[in-house]
Design a protein around this ligand. Structure first.
Ligand code: FES
Length: 126
């Protein structure tokens, strides 16, 4: 069973002001034949556009320009690897922010361990 890939480009209020029509046209001329390109209503992320949603994998791109389209077509639609620089951070948090969260959790756990050690040893320094 093959699932047709679809590129949705918002054409509602703010996205057209940010170039959504030209982005749509660029996808229509550059996307592989087996990819459908559709203009759609608001994708609910106004102000971050032009918003592009690739289905069925639910990959969101934000602030897409005509210059971004060839890379998205080549790397994602043909190569299967999303373009991380253009991913919408609300739905695809960057690895950098994940790393910061892991460091923060590590620090909290380290401090908690130190506190437990101080309590267990009944040695108070504060
Ligand atoms: S106007 Fe494009 S996401 Fe709402």
């Amino acid at each position: 069973m093959s699932r047709t890939r679809t590129v949705l480009v918002c054409q509602h209020k703010t996205c057209p002001k940010q170039g959504a029509a030209m982005v749509t046209q660029a996808f229509r001329t550059q996307a592989p034949e087996d990819v459908q390109v559709q203009s759609v209503g608001c994708l609910g992320q106004c102000g971050n556009g032009p918003m592009v949603l690739v289905l069925p994998e639910k990959i969101w791109y934000a602030q897409v320009t005509v210059r971004d389209v060839p890379k998205i077509v080549e790397q994602h639609l043909q190569g299967g690897k999303p373009v991380t620089q253009k991913l919408y951070s609300k739905f695809h948090p960057h690895k950098q922010s994940r790393r910061i969260w892991l460091i923060a959790i590590g620090l909290v756990l380290g401090l908690l361990g130190l506190l437990l050690w101080l309590i267990a040893s009944q040695t108070y320094y504060f």
